[in-house]
Design a binder for this molecule. Structure first.
Ligand SMILES: [Zn+2]
Length: 98
């Protein structure tokens, strides 16, 4: 646990934080504020986006529901909202049908 920072990689920089966050669930979703529960689909999300200088640290990341995170992601997600809404009534395992 006391490792020093390694050089920041650009690829999947949030990946190593996931297990730590997962261990702390439920956590409030950084997008909608509702709890992200274990067993739900969620993503590691930046509180301050990397594009605005946010760093991938524990302090600057949190859990976001997969859907919230994708919605925040931009136009592509917005386009998919309709089809998702239908599917969500189903509570299907896996939002990876796209
Ligand atoms: Zn959410």
């Amino acid at each position: 646990m006391s490792k020093h920072h390694r050089a920041t990689k650009h690829t999947s920089a949030t990946y190593h934080l996931r297990p730590e966050l997962e261990a702390r669930l439920p956590l409030p979703c950084v997008e909608c504020g509702r709890p992200v529960e274990k067993g739900q689909r969620w993503h590691v999300a930046h509180l301050t986006p990397a594009s605005k200088g946010g760093r991938t640290t524990r302090q600057n990341t949190g859990a976001a529901h997969a859907m919230c995170n994708l919605k925040a992601g931009g136009k592509l997600a917005a386009q998919q909202t309709n089809s998702r809404r239908r599917a969500s009534g189903n509570a299907r395992e896996g939002i990876r049908t796209w």
